[in-house]
Design a protein around this ligand. Structure first.
Ligand SMILES: [Mg+2]
Length: 359
């Protein structure tokens, strides 16, 4: 009879979430020593309704955070230093960080330029602790890039990410399986993956504010309110998250986005803009030899409310007119400042589709 305990222990995954601290701002402070210790804001122009992309911890003390308008940030901290992003420098630093992560496991899933999940279960099979790997990674990142990262170590993605957030900046937290439920219990539901502001509102109308409240809700009630997502909420409230770390750089979508200095109000201009954006997406799709069936567009209105709408078609879509046709009805009649079109590729009927490595 197999040893059930050891079989069970080997089932427990070791996941690390690595998240660079105030990444864009930290790169700026590294490259420009005169900015160190100062409130630095990387993002759009405060005089022109730009948005904060990242800000240094010195700026965060003034209540500034990413996605806030730069104008508001300036009113909170008039002495803040505003910088336009230098994406090439951030990409270089990111490549260096991801290279370090890949020394420990091939199972690295980048989420953005500055964060990634690692599955180090195999690397820990011979007795090395995941926390030792996390410590070494943080030390190497700091030594080799001059930037700091926070890390969370746990048995799934949900908890590893919450753990890395817990000790930011420059921190490390381990949440072992026996502490998972207690760690989650007091957290506000908005901290959970997939729980956005609209869901937080709906949950609070049900009397659910913390993960413990969510755990006390019945499975049936959650499914009745949220459908399939309700089942996800039921599971994550119990620390259950089976999502694998997916190292393949599988392209989930192809898209393009533009922010305009002025509101777009004239429907003719909006339509022409959409046509241009759809054209860019179509060109990129064709260059990649891809086609898709789901088109989504995003519009941001003057009050910064953002809406996203998607349309899935039975036919594969890959040229401008079709992209436009499905995207058009979405933003009609509203002034907007950001427009974005995105398409999720599928293995289409397009003859150029290779079906393997490209996407
Ligand atoms: Mg970060």
């Amino acid at each position: 009879m197999p040893d059930q305990r050891s079989e069970k222990a080997s089932d427990v995954r070791k996941i690390i979430h690595v998240d660079m601290d105030a990444f864009f701002a930290a790169v700026e402070q590294r490259d420009h020593p005169e900015l160190r210790g100062k409130p630095v804001i990387v993002g759009g122009d405060p005089g022109d309704r730009g948005v904060v992309a990242t800000c240094s911890y010195e700026a965060r003390r003034f209540g500034i955070h990413s996605a806030m308008t730069a104008a508001r940030a300036r009113s909170l901290c008039p002495q803040a230093i505003f910088l336009r992003p230098r994406m090439e420098a951030y990409r270089d630093a990111s490549r260096q960080v991801m290279g370090i992560l890949r020394c420990y496991t091939p199972l690295v899933e980048p989420l953005s330029l500055d964060e990634a999940f690692l599955d180090v279960s195999a690397a820990t099979a011979d007795g090395v602790l995941a926390v030792q790997i996390a410590r070494e990674i943080r030390a190497r990142i700091e030594r080799e890039t001059g930037l700091t990262a926070s890390a969370g170590v746990s048995y799934n993605k949900l908890l590893a990410k919450l753990a890395s957030d817990w000790r930011k900046p420059n921190g490390l937290l381990v949440v072992p399986p026996e502490h998972g439920l207690a760690f989650l219990a007091p957290l506000p539901v908005g901290k959970l993956h997939g729980v956005g502001p609209a869901t937080v509102k709906k949950l609070s109308s049900m009397g659910i504010y913390t993960v413990l409240d969510l755990r006390n809700a019945s499975r049936e009630a959650l499914i009745a309110q949220f459908g399939k997502t309700g089942l996800w909420f039921y599971e994550i409230a119990r620390g259950i998250d089976r999502r694998p770390v997916q190292p393949s750089r599988q392209r989930k979508s192809v898209g393009t986005e533009r922010t305009f200095p002025e509101n777009l109000e004239d429907p003719k201009v909006m339509l022409a803009t959409l046509q241009q954006i759809a054209g860019q997406v179509a060109t990129r799709l064709q260059a990649l030899g891809l086609a898709g069936r789901t088109v989504s567009i995003k519009a941001r209105f003057p009050d910064f409310e953002t809406v996203t709408r998607a349309h899935t078609d039975a036919q594969t879509i890959w040229h401008t007119d079709a992209l436009c046709l499905f995207a058009r009805p979405i933003g009609q009649g509203h002034p907007c400042r950001v427009a974005c079109a995105r398409i999720r590729p599928v293995a289409g009927r397009d003859r150029e589709w290779s079906g393997q490595s490209q996407c």
